[in-house]
Write a protein that binds this ligand. Structure first.
Ligand code: FAD
Ligand code: UDP
Length: 412
């Protein structure tokens, strides 16, 4: 069952006395909110959360739009995990629906399940040929197996080559170009491996043991996470503007020696979940990210699309459309859809860095920033931005719990 709700303590950063806090957390997404909760609850620390946006919940933030439809403002978020601890932990703060996400590719007006599976194969090749191809796939990889597009493309058998070519051309190529500005060969293999070919009749996007949506929405979940007597949240407050960074020398690579807040060195744990290059004002050049624009439309109908998300894998200049009422289970005579347009991230003032662009070069670039922090033992970069990784929500929750264990809990 859910714990009693306590309102979040909000304060204006100008009004707080830093001496009243034992720990500082930058950011209120899952990395920040779970860290704050654990430091407060397990460690008994008084935690100050600094959040640059005018609201909590990071990219999970949801709210009701003008038509009364619950929408996600920073990309569609479906919770799925095999991590029992992360799942049990969140169950304290929300009840879950049992929503199972389904995605269809719009293939020149014909819908095909993604991940590409046995059902997609029949749509693409016709029943008879599909039966032969499926048999060959099962013989080669085993039934109910997931195969990455790269593994499939490496096959020498001409019929498997044909499947690989079809999936490459019709599922991955154009979508990946839109999403990353790169071809599937150019993106890190781990990126396309997120959406394998699935030798199955299972049309779900994820097969994790647990998946669902918070029944009262993510923002409520975050209110429950951050609603604690030892946690204070300062919104519209940027770390760069309230941290005075003290370096060990004047040279560009001189490590961080201390962080002063309101004129005094802060000695307690600082969990930082924003982009690391932003904290250091981009001194080694900005880290590359992809950003997104979201375009919403509301219709006077119950449903507009056939399922929660449609991926446009061969046409259109947006990558996908999500219809929220499928995800949330909300019953409404109006429906709101959202198109996602991907583009490069070039202005930290007006854009949001959504996706780190994983590559050896970019990781090396990131590591140069990370090295600046490694001499400051109370500074802990955590999360999708601060670690420059492509992490799902559940992984972030797991990492936040592990860090808190290290700082104040079992591992301390
Ligand atoms: P965030 O949620 O980004 O939180 C970081 C917070 O820090 C933000 O609130 C930000 O405003 C704040 N901040 C940043 N810099 C500063 C600063 N300098 N000072 C103060 N505050 C700062 N995961 C899934 O599991 N399932 C999904 O379906 C899914 N869909 C996604 C769809 C999209 C389009 C995207 C982009 C991501 C999706 N994810 C999904 C991943 C999920 O968003 C991340 O795993 C999650 O947001 C990570 O939490 P976080 O706390 O690390 O980062
Ligand atoms: N992808 C694709 N076509 C699809 C779905 C995914 O090419 O129909 C590729 C694309 O490169 C994408 C990656 O697989 O960026 C990961 O997809 P996922 O749906 O996991 O992306 P996210 O939801 O994280 O944006």
């Amino acid at each position: 069952g859910r714990e009693p709700v306590m309102a979040v303590n909000y304060a204006d950063f100008r009004d707080i006395a830093i001496e009243d806090y034992d720990a500082v957390v930058v950011g209120s997404g899952f990395a920040g909110a779970v860290s704050a909760r654990q430091l407060a609850e397990e460690g008994g620390l008084r935690v100050l959360v600094i959040e640059k946006r005018a609201h909590i919940a990071g990219n999970m933030y949801d709210e009701y739009d003008e038509a009364g439809v619950l929408v996600h403002r920073y990309g569609p978020h479906i919770f799925h995990t095999n991590d029992q601890r992360a799942y049990d932990y969140l169950a304290r703060f929300t009840e879950w629906s049992s929503y199972q996400h389904r995605v269809l590719a719009d293939w020149y007006g014909t819908y095909m399940p993604v991940p590409f599976n046995k059902n997609s194969m029949e749509i693409a090749f016709g029943d008879e040929k599909a039966a032969r191809l499926i048999e060959k796939l099962v013989d080669t990889f085993g039934d109910e197996r997931k195969v990455t597009i790269n593994e499939l493309r490496a096959q020498e058998d001409p019929e498997l080559q044909e499947v690989a070519d079809f999936v490459y051309q019709n599922v991955f190529l154009y979508y990946t170009q839109k999403q990353w500005g790169l071809t599937p060969e150019e993106v890190d293999p781990s990126v396309t491996a997120r959406v394998p070919v699935f030798i199955s009749r299972d049309n779900r996007y994820f097969q994790d043991a647990f998946q669902g949506m918070p029944v009262d929405g993510y923002t409520r979940l975050f209110e429950n996470l951050l609603g604690h007597e030892k946690i204070t949240v300062c919104l519209s407050t940027e770390a760069e503007s309230v941290f005075d960074l003290v370096f060990a020398g004047r040279e560009e690579d001189a490590p961080l020696e201390a962080i002063h807040i309101k004129g005094v060195p802060f000695a307690g744990p600082i969990v930082y979940t924003g982009p690391l290059d932003e904290l250091f004002l981009g001194r080694f050049g900005r880290l590359p990210y992809r950003s997104l624009d979201f375009v919403y439309e509301t219709f006077d109908e119950t449903y507009h699309l056939p399922c929660g998300t449609v991926n446009y894998t061969v046409t259109e200049d947006y990558t996908r459309i999500t219809e929220f009422t499928y995800l949330t289970g909300q019953e409404s005579d109006k429906t709101t859809i959202m198109k996602e347009y991907s583009h490069s991230y070039d202005d930290p003032e007006s854009q949001i860095p959504y996706y780190a662009i994983i590559s050896e070069e970019n990781t090396a670039h990131y590591n140069r920033y990370l090295a600046l922090t490694e001499k400051l033992p109370n500074f802990h970069p955590l999360g999708r931005l601060a670690e420059y990784r492509y992490y799902n929500m559940d992984v972030i929750i797991g990492r936040a719990l592990a860090l808190a264990d290290e700082l104040v809990g079992e591992g301390a």
